[in-house]
Write a protein that binds this ligand. Structure first.
Ligand SMILES: O=C(O)CCC(=O)C(=O)O
Ligand SMILES: [Fe+2]
Length: 337
C-alpha cells in the first residue's frame, strides 16, 4: 500500500549495527522515499543539548537590530552565505508559477573544516561552493555552536546515505566517495509572527521541492505548518515528534534514482492572524549536497530495459548552481537561468 502520510522511523536498529536491523530500517526508509519522499527520524544520535544551543544562539542573532544583522549580509547572488532579510527570497521561484517572496529571514553557512591550501577547494571548478562563511559578530558563541551542529548533522547525512544505498540494493558504502567533500548548506530560518495579512498566494515558504540529495530539518514548534503534497495530490502536515528530524529527498536524489524516489513539493503555511499559533517560528535546515564533482547519473539498480534512464549525467555542483540562481531572480525576467 502507498504511504499517504509521512512515516516516523527509528534509526536505532541501523545504528546498533546488526544486519537484520540495518535491513529493516533500509526497507522502511526505501518505502518512504518511493511513496512520499519525506520521513521523520528518531534515534538519530545528534545530541539534543547541541540542538537547543543552536536554537538559542540563532534566536539571539535574529533579535538584533536590522542594522546589525545586515553586517553579515549575503555577499553575492551565487553564494548562499550570511544573512538574508524578509522578502529576499522566494522558494517557489524555482517552479514555473512563482508567488510573492517568502515571509522569512535567514542566516546560512556552507562547509566548515575546509582544509587550507588544498587546491581542490579553491580551484575554478570549485566555484562558489567553498566560499568562505560570513559569520555575524554577535552573538560570539554562534560560530562554534553552528560548526558543531554542521558536523553532527553531516554525520547523520552520511548514515542516511548508507541507509539509502542499502534501500537501493547497493553496497552500503556506495555513496561514501561522493559525499566526503560535500557542499552542503546549513541555514536557520525565522518566520516572524505576522501582524498583517500576507499578499495573495504569499506564504511563509512557497511550494517548492528541495534541490540536493536530502534535507534534514529540525523545527521548533509543534504545529502542522509544514505541509507535503502526497501522491493523492493532498496537502498533509508532517507529524511532530519530539527529538526527531524531518528528512526529505531532493531533486538530485530523484534524478539519481531515475524517478523511483520522489522529491516532494512542500510548503510552510501562514498562521491565522489571531490564532495562538501566530508566533515566531524557527527551523534549522541542512541541505545535503554531494561533492561538487560527483557525477550523478541514473543508478544501475534503478533502470531496466522497460525503464531506461530519464536523465543524462550532471555534476552535483552544476546542478546546484542552476537551481539557486533561479531562487533569487524573481521579477528580473530570468526564470530560465
Ligand atoms: O521551515 C520549514 O519547515 C521548511 C523550510 C523549507 O522547506 C526549505 O527551506 O526548503
Ligand atoms: Fe524545502
Amino acid at each position: 500500500m502507498t504511504l499517504l502520510h509521512v512515516p516516523v522511523i527509528d534509526l536505532t536498529p541501523y545504528r546498533e549495527g546488526s544486519m537484520e536491523g540495518k535491513a529493516r530500517v533500509a526497507a522502511e526508509v526505501g518505502q518512504a522515499c518511493r511513496d512520499i519522499g519525506f520521513l521523520v527520524v528518531s534515534g538519530h544520535g545528534v545530541p539534543e543539548e547541541l540542538i537547543k544551543q543552536t536554537y538559542d544562539v540563532s534566536k539571539e542573532f535574529f533579535a538584533l537590530a536590522h542594522g546589525e544583522k545586515v553586517k553579515a549580509d549575503r555577499p553575492a547572488p551565487d553564494q548562499v552565505r550570511g544573512y538574508s532579510a524578509v522578502g529576499g527570497e522566494g522558494l517557489s521561484y524555482s517552479l514555473d508559477e512563482p508567488t510573492p517572496p517568502d515571509i522569512k529571514e535567514s542566516l546560512s553557512i556552507g562547509p566548515v573544516d575546509v582544509p587550507a591550501g588544498d587546491p581542490y577547494f579553491t580551484s575554478a571548478e570549485a566555484g562558489p561552493h567553498f566560499a568562505p562563511n560570513v559569520w555575524p559578530e554577535k552573538p560570539a558563541e554562534l560560530k562554534p555552536v553552528w560548526e558543531q551542529y554542521f558536523r553532527e548533522v553531516d554525520r547523520l547525512a552520511t548514515d542516511m546515505m548508507r541507509i539509502f544505498a542499502l534501500a537501493l540494493d547497493l553496497d552500503e558504502n556506495y555513496f561514501d566517495g561522493t559525499i566526503d567533500k560535500n557542499i552542503s548548506m546549513m541555514r536557520v530560518l525565522r518566520y516572524p509572527r505576522q501582524t498583517e495579512r500576507p499578499l495573495a498566494n504569499q506564504l511563509r515558504a512557497g511550494a517548492h521541492s528541495d534541490y540536493g540529495s536530502m534535507t534534514i530539518l529540525r523545527k521548533e514548534l509543534s504545529d502542522g505548518s509544514l505541509q507535503v503534497k502526497n501522491l493523492a495530490g493532498e496537502w498533509v502536515s508532517v507529524p511532530v515528534v519530539e527529538g526527531s528530524f524531518i528528512i526529505n529527498i531532493g531533486d538530485l536524489m530523484q534524478q539519481w534514482t531515475n524517478d523511483l524516489w520522489r522529491s516532494t513539493v512542500h510548503r510552510v503555511v501562514n498562521p491565522d492572524l489571531d490564532s495562538p499559533e501566530n508566533v515566531d517560528r524557527m527551523s534549522i535546515v541542512f541541505f545535503h549536497q554531494p561533492n561538487f564533482d560527483a557525477v550523478v547519473e541514473c543508478l544501475p539498480s534503478c533502470q531496466s530495459p522497460e525503464n531506461p534512464p530519464k536523465y543524462g549525467p550532471i555534476s552535483s555542483g552544476d546542478h546546484l548552481r542552476s537551481k539557486f540562481v533561479k531562487q533569487t531572480t524573481f521579477g528580473q525576467g530570468d526564470k530560465a537561468a
